[in-house]
Design a protein around this ligand. Structure first.
Ligand SMILES: Nc1ncnc2c1ncn2[C@@H]1O[C@H](COP(=O)(O)OP(=O)(O)OP(=O)(O)O)[C@@H](O)[C@H]1O
Ligand SMILES: [Mg+2]
Length: 224
């Protein structure tokens, strides 16, 4: 198994109150799966994704990533895991407007400590070519369409050869055709072996998944 969760709990403190967000979740995810996480707004989808992707820590329970217990990693260790093993894609793309396309895709390589400029160039150009945007390398994000921006974000997520891609409503801000284009790209990646864990509200996306998981108030409702 690539990911194993055992009875994880996640809370948020709000003032004096403690909100129980993820409740006693067990989950196993195998290499190469394409998982869709569905569920109503506020059910805990983003919280789960961020916990799995080392953006956030779990409060109780066990998280095993490829057999390693990562339940209690320090902030800096989590950053290391994030830089080395995972790629993130967000609804609003989260590109940096003051950097051009090439520089945006370069960021994860700099975080990961890839010092060789030539190697960085090779990796960046390959990924931009994969998403069909090599010709836009020196453009700035606000001169691109939404679909193009999301493809840059995908290139950025992929440039480190991550083992898992986490995508939080990656088609949420795109029209149907552009959304499907992004989904085809994710499917191709999945076919090449990359595990994908994606949050969506859109039932039309289910066709791309190998498994659908539904969260309801922080509990898994059913598995299809
Ligand atoms: N930093 C935070 N502090 C306090 N409460 C939070 C925090 N982040 C999220 N929450 C609460 O945790 C619950 C789950 O939030 P989460 O963002 O995981 O939901 P979601 O399923 O992703 O919703 P959506 O579909 O709207 O994106 C919600 O009730 C939310 O208000
Ligand atoms: Mg969310």
């Amino acid at each position: 198994m690539q990911i194993v969760l055992e009875k994880i709990q996640k809370y948020y403190k709000v003032g004096k109150n403690r909100l129980h967000i993820l409740k006693n979740l067990d989950l196993e995810i195998d290499f190469g799966e394409f998982i869709m996480i569905m569920g109503k707004s506020g059910s805990g989808k983003t919280t789960l994704l961020n916990s799995l992707g080392f953006l956030d820590k779990i409060d109780e329970g066990k998280y095993f990533f490829e057999g390693t217990d990562v339940s209690n990693l320090s902030e800096s260790k989590r950053a290391e895991f994030r830089a080395s093993y995972v790629g993130f894609i967000f609804q609003q793309f989260n590109l940096i407007d003051t950097l051009n396309v090439y520089q945006n895709v370069e960021i994860p390589l700099i975080y990961a400590g890839v010092k060789d400029k030539k190697l960085r160039k090779q990796l960046i150009e390959k990924r931009l070519d994969d998403v069909g945007l090599l010709h836009k390398a020196s453009s700035y994000p606000n001169h691109l369409s939404g679909g193009q921006q999301q493809r840059v974000a995908i290139a950025r997520a992929l440039v480190n050869n991550p083992k898992i891609i986490f995508a939080d409503e990656p088609t949420g801000a795109l029209d149907t055709d552009t959304g499907n284009e992004v989904m085809r790209l994710l499917s191709e990646l999945n076919n090449l072996g990359t595990t994908i864990i994606m949050v969506t509200h859109d039932p039309d996306m289910i066709k791309y998944a190998s498994r659908v998981i539904t969260l309801k108030d922080g509990v898994f409702e059913k598995e299809v």
